[in-house]
Design a binder for this molecule. Structure first.
Ligand code: BMA
Length: 334
């Protein structure tokens, strides 16, 4: 049987994987091992969630949001042989930077919801940093030993900065979600472009909340996946219920050359909080995807998501099944 190659990218034969359980009708299904990282995985941690991983030297490396017991939000690095059992450094990453004259422009103040992506010759890390309010911090590493922080990408307030895995039209491209200083009761996904990872402009609007499950705000999740149908974007959406925010995830497909154009967008959520570890924790009812791994040979996609702002979990999907579902259940605008 010849397998259709829908994902444009590398094979990743050691991708963490569990087949869809018999009888399961979901397009995205959970790991039976969830949560794969518990809240007390390292001695200092209050919670480890909303974290990101990449293939690294035939194995895996990652950047982990480890809020500590003072409730400071910081980022630790980690390594894994199989993408499931993680060795997370007990010490936070110390970002090297040449602080600017105000002492603030390139400073790591706090770090949450990191993403990581390999582009050209290095790994780029983005996260929510503080610069007179939340904005997107940017750093790079070649080896997960030294991390070099550069200029924050945007003016406050902004969150969920997610880079594309290659230049598009010769520019670096980043999705982000302008916000406020607090728990932001609004939010739409925008795109910005840069020749050098420092100066960001040519901003375009990508998408706004559309359906009830995401009516309050949306934000990009993992690094978009390049496919023959366009960029596959897994994202989170938030519903405001009488009992607070509910974070679910779904997916859309963006145009490959003009990624501010939405080609298809799944109208329903594809995974929402319903397991105990997603509904009970420091913030109940949160499933928050920040990374994926994908194998271009088999079309397998493994999603890393934070649950209840407390633990880290895995979910799986198959690219052709997911894309078919998005196309057959697509509503792009009102
Ligand atoms: C968002 C971010 C996420 C968090 C979510 C739910 O604003 O802070 O880190 O998972 O809220 O609390």
């Amino acid at each position: 049987m010849s397998i259709k190659k829908t994902i444009i990218g590398n094979a990743l034969l050691n991708i963490p994987w569990e087949d869809k359980p018999a009888g399961c009708k979901d397009i995205i299904w959970r790991s039976a091992k969830n949560p794969i990282i518990r809240r007390d995985h390292i001695p200092s941690s209050n919670s480890i969630f909303n974290s990101a991983v990449v293939p690294f030297k035939g194995k895996f490396a990652g950047v982990f949001r480890c809020d500590d017991k003072t409730r400071r939000m910081i980022i630790h690095r980690g390594f894994s042989d199989d993408g499931v059992k993680w060795n997370i450094d007990h010490k936070p990453i110390e970002f090297k930077t040449d602080i600017d004259e105000t002492g603030f422009g390139k400073k790591f103040v706090y770090g949450y919801d990191p993403r990581v992506v390999f582009i050209e010759d290095r790994y780029w890390v983005t996260w929510c940093n503080f610069f007179h309010g939340p904005t997107i911090g940017v750093a790079y590493t070649f080896d997960f030993e030294e991390f070099h922080q550069i200029e924050n990408a945007y003016l406050p307030f902004n969150r969920n900065g997610v880079l594309f895995p290659r230049k598009i039209n010769d520019k670096y491209v980043m999705l982000s979600r302008p916000s406020d200083n607090g728990h932001t009761p609004f939010g739409e996904i925008f795109i910005s472009q840069s020749p050098d990872m420092v100066y960001w402009g040519e901003h375009r609007h990508v998408m706004a909340p559309l359906q009830s499950w995401e009516h309050l705000k949306i934000g990009a999740g993992p690094i978009p996946i390049e496919t023959t149908e366009g960029w596959l974007l897994i994202y989170h959406g938030v519903l405001l219920s009488c009992n607070g925010y509910v974070y679910s995830m779904s997916a859309a497909i963006l145009d490959i050359d003009e990624p501010w154009k939405v080609k298809y967008r799944c109208k329903s959520y594809l995974l929402n909080p319903r397991e105990l570890y997603e509904m009970v924790g420091d913030v109940p009812n949160v499933t928050f995807p920040c990374a994926s791994l994908q194998d271009a040979e088999t079309g397998r996609i493994t999603i890393y998501y934070g649950a209840a702002d407390t633990v880290t979990c895995l979910a799986y999907t198959q690219v052709d099944e997911l894309i078919d579902y998005i196309k057959n259940n697509s509503v792009v605008s009102k």
